[in-house]
Design a protein around this ligand. Structure first.
Ligand code: FRU
Length: 495
């Protein structure tokens, strides 16, 4: 169905009463809907928002358009968790119901202040001629999770940006509040990170742009996040229109990070001598949100989806999901990402894997792995081969994880034969180089149409959606050019 602007921006209370229920039922019966990841109850989910720890619980919100699998009138949906693994959906939290967010409650963040949580978000407002007026808004959430929006916006669009000015991350440093925002510079249409400061959350001062790169990073930066990992500042953001000479990426827009040596927000300075890096090497990570928990640990969650791409479940009136929560550390000048330790709670039945594979023979590692599982596998140095998930030998279908631990060491994922194809303009393979002659450790999480691969204890992550024929055989198989001895474990995971 073609969605008109009128349909996308129809106020929620003008939809027929039974419509939402109808598409909720359709969503609930989808075979591709994940079970231990967050997915929308209907319609579209995009950015994670307001990731925080407040009142003894983890809080997370997400961008939602509940009426269809398209980007329409957005709101925030609220989730809470005791362990960062199992989330309870508390339903809509911020609705587009004021003059300062009438065309959408866009992305933002949360920060604990006193005994309340302050939510800061972008209100998307369009006038009669559909010109955009972005407002940065605030709301308080009390200990009963009751939210009250501020009557007036915190601030509007400054003269030096275009109307692309959004996604505030609220931080507190040395007694001052700071907001980092994604922006487009008015004079040359370049992507920037804008910085505002306040001492009372009411009066805000424009500090210009964060000085973090001399490069032209494209035409817009979305979803900036500043976190500290072991005292080192790290910027995580989504540059749109980034020149591929600056960073080799294949997705329509990359989600990137930059490790700094020093950051002084009072001077709008973020000093780095490193180059921009990809946060995730798979097909489907964007708009990640990170924050430092009260104990200083850095956590990240990503939208498993990309803007401007159609996905197979659009046909079923829902789209996208959130990644697992990842804990971030720094090692060898890279951000390492690992699933949080509590993920082990999901493990149920297990099967130890320890055997040999004869040269050039495809061996079934797990005959009926199901669709919610974790697979850990140690592979030796100096081999080349392929691990396949959702493998259907008769149909020659499977999601391939091709590895080479020789001199030209690399890991490649290939979803070209993994069922329904989409986003073909951006290729069907993704690859990273690995250290030559080293063993390889894979920790893989599968949940219906999600596959997240943690390589070498978080050195690289490949996150993607795959839409195989779920009725067909879905074995896990392994094949290599020479005899290999492998060991690992498969766990069925709780739904
Ligand atoms: C990123 C984004 C944000 C915006 C939100 C709207 O995916 O475009 O910049 O706030 O989505 O849903």
């Amino acid at each position: 169905m073609e969605w008109t602007r009128k349909q996308r921006y129809l106020p929620y209370n003008q939809w027929p009463a039974d419509y939402l229920e109808k598409i909720r039922q359709q969503t609930a019966t989808s075979a591709y809907r994940p079970r231990y990841h967050t997915a929308p109850t209907s319609g579209l989910l995009n950015d994670p928002n307001g990731f925080s720890f407040f009142n003894g619980q983890w809080h997370l919100f997400y961008q939602s358009f509940p009426y269809g699998p398209v980007h329409g009138l957005k709101s925030w949906v609220h989730l809470v968790s005791d362990d960062l693994v199992t989330w309870k959906d508390l339903g809509p939290a911020l609705l587009p119901d004021t003059p300062y967010d009438a065309q959408g409650v866009y992305s933002g963040s949360a920060h604990v202040i006193g005994d309340r949580l302050f939510l800061m978000y972008t209100g998307n407002v369009r006038d009669q001629s559909w010109t955009r007026h972005p407002y940065q808004n605030g709301a308080w959430m009390d200990q009963d999770n009751h939210i009250t929006k501020l009557k007036q916006p915190l601030f509007g669009q400054p003269n030096h940006t275009t109307d692309h000015f959004r996604d505030p991350q609220l931080l507190e440093k040395a007694g001052h509040y700071y907001a980092l925002l994604g922006a487009q510079n008015a004079t040359d249409q370049q992507g920037k990170i804008a910085l505002f400061t306040s001492d009372n959350l009411t009066d805000w001062q424009d500090c210009g742009y964060l000085n973090f790169s001399k490069q032209n990073l494209g035409y817009m930066i979305e979803c900036p996040n500043l976190i500290w990992i072991n005292q080192q500042p790290v910027l995580i953001f989504c540059p749109q229109g980034l020149d591929k000479k600056l960073l080799d990426y294949q997705n329509i827009y990359p989600n990137t990070y930059l490790i700094g040596q020093q950051c002084d927000l009072s001077q709008a300075e973020f000093k780095s001598n490193q180059s921009l890096a990809l946060l995730d090497h798979g097909f489907d990570v964007y708009a990640s949100q990170a924050f430092n928990a009260p104990d200083g640990k850095a956590y990240l969650v990503s939208w498993l989806g990309l803007p401007d791409i159609e996905y197979p479940t659009d046909q079923e009136n829902w789209a996208h999901c959130l990644s697992l929560i990842k804990q971030l550390t720094l090692k060898n000048g890279r951000v390492y990402q690992q699933p949080v330790p509590a993920i082990k709670k999901l493990r149920q039945k297990q099967s130890l894997l320890r055997d040999k594979v004869a040269p050039a023979q495809e061996k079934t590692l797990v005959e009926k792995p199901g669709q919610q599982y974790e697979l850990q596998l140690n592979l030796p140095a100096d081999i080349q081969g392929s691990l396949q998930l959702f493998r259907d030998q008769s149909q020659k279908q499977g999601f391939k994880i091709n590895f080479n631990t020789n001199q030209a060491a690399h890991l490649e994922v290939d979803r070209s034969q993994a069922g329904q194809q989409f986003a073909l303009d951006y290729g069907t393979k993704r690859q990273v180089e690995l250290t030559a002659h080293h063993p390889l450790f894979l920790d893989i999480f599968v949940d219906n149409s999600i596959c997240e691969i943690f390589v070498n204890h978080g050195e690289f992550v490949f996150s993607q959606r795959i839409f195989p024929q779920l009725q067909a055989a879905k074995q896990i198989t392994l094949e290599a050019d020479q005899e290999i001895i492998y060991n690992g474990c498969w766990w069925q995971l709780a739904e």
